[in-house]
Write a protein that binds this ligand. Structure first.
Ligand code: NAD
Ligand code: ZN
Ligand code: ZN
Length: 344
């Protein structure tokens, strides 16, 4: 094993990432070392590198929370995985395991949670240190490149759809058909829902139709909400907002059927106005959803292992990271870019 590894590092918020040669980290007691095979690039990585959110990561840090690789070394006391296992190092890097939220299996909202590629160095590097109790276990038959988008975009979409409470045969709106949304369309169909896809880009909407969407509406139309109400015969039972745009949030509430639930997963910085009378009088629920628990992760991966969901990926080298970020910022990534570490 060489002593150094390549990593793409955020040294200053809002500035290009810097390719560095860093020491390969050594796993401490209870930790593992993962040799990265692939890592998806999530819009969250862009928010992280821009310092968009109130809780900022310490600088410098290595982003990436869709890293998949092979366990190559273990600290003392590790029993949850063994060397040679293929695992994913997700956003939920670790949690305390004993707070009131962890005890309810809601480890995603643990106050002591650490976040991969944010508060802990992530997968834009040839090696990642991970907590074996929180890694994703990649089912046999899924290669690293195919699995990468599932451990954030996939699980977040799947959990968000569950949180809408929409049942088979009911309507789901997916707003934002990018990395998360193109998987949400597929999870929605696999879960027996009718899916209406909403995006500002006709190319993304055409892609949603190829993936099985039953209806599509362009969010730039002046009567977007009315078009969705027409397509869904009165509004969607569940709405999932993945768009990193505040405009999509107000619109999404307006697309929700009476008694329906609008789930917010997109994370553009800022606030959006809620039309209070409509929400109250129509008994609409607005709820946030944050990645997914380990149980959600296993379920989300099982859909892919059973060929019900497949990420559309574009493979790129780590050195292309700044170009990938600029395309992501401009909505120019068709679905998901995955950094491929395999051929070096
Ligand atoms: P992406 O850039 O791949 O896709 C975003 C999509 O939204 C694009 O297709 C874009 O055309 C579309 N869009 C932009 N403005 C729109 C609008 N006004 N209406 C409808 N569609 C619009 O991004 P991604 O990787 O899918 O991430 C999306 C967001 O979700 C980001 O803010 C990210 O931080 C957040 N996220 C949240 C969680 C969570 O746990 N809640 C997890 C992962 C990502
Ligand atoms: Zn993500
Ligand atoms: Zn906890």
């Amino acid at each position: 094993m060489t002593k150094k590894m390549h990593a793409a590092v955020v040294e200053h918020f809002g500035k290009p990432l810097v390719l560095r040669e860093l020491e390969i980290p050594t796993p401490g007691p209870g930790e593992i070392l993962v040799k990265t095979e692939a890592c998806g690039v999530c819009h969250t990585d862009l928010h992280a590198a821009n310092g968009d959110w109130p809780l900022k990561p310490g600088l410098p840090f290595t982003p990436g929370h869709e890293g998949i690789g092979i366990v190559v070394a273990m600290g003392s006391g590790v029993v949850a995985v063994k060397e040679g296992d293929r695992v994913g190092v997700p956003w939920l890097f670790s949690a305390c395991g004993h707070c009131e939220y962890c005890l309810q299996a809601w480890e995603t909202v643990c106050a002591s949670a650490q976040f991969g590629g944010y508060t802990r160095n992530g997968g834009f590097a040839e090696y990642i240190v991970a907590d074996p109790a929180y890694v994703a276990h990649i089912p046999p038959g899924l290669n690293a490149q195919a699995a990468a988008p599932l451990i954030c975009a996939g699980v977040t979409s799947y959990k968000g759809i569950k949180e809408t409470g929409a049942r088979p045969g009911q309507w789901l709106v997916v707003s934002g058909i990018g990395g998360l949304g193109h998987l949400a369309v597929q999870y929605g169909k696999a879960m027996g829902l009718l899916v209406c896809a909403v995006d500002i880009d006709d190319g993304k909407l055409a892609h949603a139709r190829r993936l099985g969407a039953d209806a599509t509406v362009n969010a730039t139309a002046p009567d977007t909400e009315a078009q969705v109400h027409k397509a869904t015969d009165g509004g969607a039972h569940g709405v999932l907002i993945t768009a990193p745009s505040l405009a999509a949030f107000k619109q999404g509430v307006g697309m929700t059927r009476k008694l329906g639930t609008c789930v917010l997963v997109g994370l553009p910085p800022g606030e959006f106005p809620v039309p209070l009378f409509d929400v109250v009088a129509n008994c609409i629920t607005i709820r946030g959803s944050f990645v997914g628990t380990r149980h959600d992760m296993a379920e989300a991966l099982a859909f892919a292992a059973a060929d019900r969901v497949k990420a559309d990926i574009e493979l790129q080298a780590l050195a292309a990271i700044n170009d990938i970020f600029s395309r992501l910022a401009h909505g120019d990534v068709p679905s998901r870019v995955v950094i491929d570490f395999a051929p070096s």
